[in-house]
Design a protein around this ligand. Structure first.
Ligand code: IMP
Ligand code: MG
Length: 200
């Protein structure tokens, strides 16, 4: 825990958008709403690999009802900051969702390409319904029109890291400062210190 606190202290000079406490509180609120909406339905959470895995785990543990979960893998983002236009299926779901209520879970709704593509793809398995749950929704025009049904936080169109996609070991979410490059593009692999002032 001391390490986490040290990380947060240093990162505080960056922009911490959401603390671990705030994320967990919001997840509990979201689950309360989802449970109310999904009463009496057979619920399957389908999480988009890999960025949403931690979010999925926290969501599942906040539920007080029985549910199932599965994974789907697509590639759409590559290592670039801008979404590539093409979505390809890398891992198909492995459970039967016919007639069931599907909650598609992802970390971030950005251009809408990923979730738009997956939502359409899942229709071929004849689920009763497909709803979308994202931790973060970027405030920007969508390339593909997708509406999330459950949204953790709305954020400006900035690159974020921590908890979800980049630097998954961090329990909080922060944004890159203007002009900063994400870790994947810096070529340095020593963890959060790439952003620490001491290394600049
Ligand atoms: P979309 O297809 O453009 O909506 O992109 C959605 C995917 O891009 C998400 O599942 C994220 O994994 C990834 N993504 C979008 N913005 C960010 C970001 O700021 N940080 C990390 N990953 C991001
Ligand atoms: Mg993702």
């Amino acid at each position: 825990m001391a390490d986490v606190e040290a990380n947060m202290k240093i990162d505080d000079r960056r922009k911490i958008l959401f603390t671990p406490q705030r994320i967990q509180k919001r997840i509990r609120e979201m689950v309360t709403r989802i449970e109310a909406d999904q009463q009496g339905k057979e619920l399957v959470l389908v999480a988009v690999l890999k960025g949403s895995v931690l979010f999925l785990a926290d969501l599942v543990r906040a539920f007080s009802r029985q549910l199932a979960f599965d994974f789907i893998g697509v590639s759409s983002y590559g290592s670039s900051l801008a979404s590539l236009g093409v979505v390809t299926l890398e891992k198909e779901i492995s459970s039967d969702i016919r007639g069931k209520s599907v909650l598609l879970v992802d970390d971030i709704l950005d251009t809408g390409r990923t979730l738009g593509w997956i939502k359409e793809h899942l229709r071929r398995f004849s689920p009763q319904e497909v709803k979308i749950c994202v931790l973060l929704e970027k405030q920007r025009p969508r390339v593909i029109e997708v509406q999330a049904d459950y949204i953790g936080f709305r954020i400006p169109d900035v690159f974020v890291y921590g908890y979800e996609d980049k630097f998954r070991h961090l329990p909080y979410i922060a944004s890159l400062r203007e002009g900063e490059k994400p870790p994947a593009l810096t070529g340095r692999r020593k963890g959060w210190r790439v952003w620490g002032r001491s290394t600049r």
